[in-house]
Design a binder for this molecule. Sequence first.
Ligand SMILES: [Zn+2]
Length: 628
Amino acid sequence: MERRGRHRRYHNARAGSCGSTGAGRWPRITVAVTSAGLVLPGLGLAAPASASLAGSGADAGAWHCSAGAHTLAPPGSHLYPDTGNGGYTSLHTLVHLVYNATANQFLPGNGVTFTDRATQCLTSLSLDFERKSNNTKAGPDMTVQSVTVNGRPATFAFVQPTYPGDPHGQNDPNPAAHEASQTSPVGGPHHNPLPPACSPELASTKVPPNSLNGTQCPANKLVITPSAPVRSGSQFTVAVSYTGRPGVHNDGDGTTEGWFRAPDGGFVTTEPVGSEDWMPLNDFPAAKPTYNFSDTVTAGRAVIANGVLLSTKRNPASAEFPGGSVTWNWLSRAPIASYLVENSVGKYNLTERTADNGTQYYEAQDTGISAARRAKNRAIMNMQQNITEFESQFNGTFPFTSDGVVVGTPNASFEEEMQTMITFAGGRTNTDTLYHENMHQWWGDNVTESDYNLTFYKEGLATLAEFLYHARLAEDANGGPYSAKGQAAFQASLVKSFNQSYAAGGTFWTVAPSNPEPVGLFSGSSTYARPGIGYIALRQILGHVNFTQALEQLQRTYGGSHVTEPELEAVFQQWLPVPTSSCHARLQEFFTQWWDTAYPAGGHKHRPQLTGPGLAGPGFYNSHGGCS
Ligand SMILES: [Zn+2]
């Protein structure tokens, strides 16, 4: 994600091919749509799945059945501790919207079907779904009509979240166990010593960030009780039917994300938690099911989603759609993290182009954007293949079979790396941000952070992509990538980027990147510039070839899944060129300084004291190239 207006813009990028991408990791498959629903060859999934309910009575007792956890956040967390759901693994999600784009309403028949695998015997399980909000204007107003588990009716209820790790259990009757806060403990007017159960939903960016600390969390946990327990290890389906108006989520920093109303439909951009404002889901980055979208919408509207477009079909006039409707089918065989699910609907002009290596590039723009502006946007979007090939030199093969951009008209406060379909808000694109969001396709999308605390890891690499872009401009201005002068200019630009930010004082170093509060998660230097220049230092410490080897190994090892901070550090340690115990210890100290330390304000002495060869600061190796 990148907040608007944080960066200078560069309009003079040059086209030119550097390297090439190989075939994507996820082979294309065909999907048959039958009267029984979508059938997914190769995934081993069909909807509905065969029933796998556990037996009742004595059998159920023998499996020690219990309720699934209502959170995936670690104990004590103060970053969206309300999100995620335990007791099962999310495998596949079929989104089946029935959407009146004129009225901005989900109609009867609208719903989502989840295919999950139980990791325990479940008496109940939960999803995240903010069906109503205090934001009565742009927030959601939806109603759940019914829930089934393996095709059988299930009961459901909405409950408040409970702080992760509550020893009294997730039905703790103590109201203090269900309070919002930016911080842990909650604090607030009643000095609640417990951790928060959710992050505050601030009404605007003008509201004091801590003003909701100590208030009750909304009941956004959808708890589903099947007619009989779900056996541990079994694959099962949950279908949720719902109607009403999707909307936006008010975040802990006062901005909004989710389903933005557009004049002719909706524009979906959702980081970090706004997906639950238009669909129920397991709303946690590490939960990554594959996706099918089969949306029926008002005739004349396009659906823009993740993956590849399989088909569109016009439907005759009906009671719900007197002017007719159209059904769009998209498929993402690659798993998608919770905040990267794209499903915009509107009057989009969609084009599709297949590159030489088979990667499909989509470009979608709202037709309400002026023709002149659309032409400018198109010129930038047309660079995406070139940018992808440039970034592949550092990251390895592009991980998906498709890539794309959708430009919507609503004024969201940020652009976002939706998987294979980057969102630009406000009707405009820019090149700097396209480098940033496209880099996320490897970092955040293919290799996802294990929880919100690790947001800096992928934002730092996306910020590095902007530094690499500036370096590329300098290289092109000095003879190009195949000249010694161009290569020197490339490196000098990266050194300059490092040295400029490393000199920062003020509050630049005062938040540990791995321990932010919701209010600063997507605006602070701790999430963007600090980890961004930290990667430049790491590239100098490891050497340029080894740094790329480490990035490629991370893609190979964790692609399609998620990564933790110790796992990241271990891979970079493997590519340390001086593998002595003292150098390994120093690199560990480097990570502690750059990722995990909050310094007093001011900079200078109060900033990381390990940098890298050729950079400002004390460097890393001693005069003999060692670390003792
Ligand atoms: Zn970003």
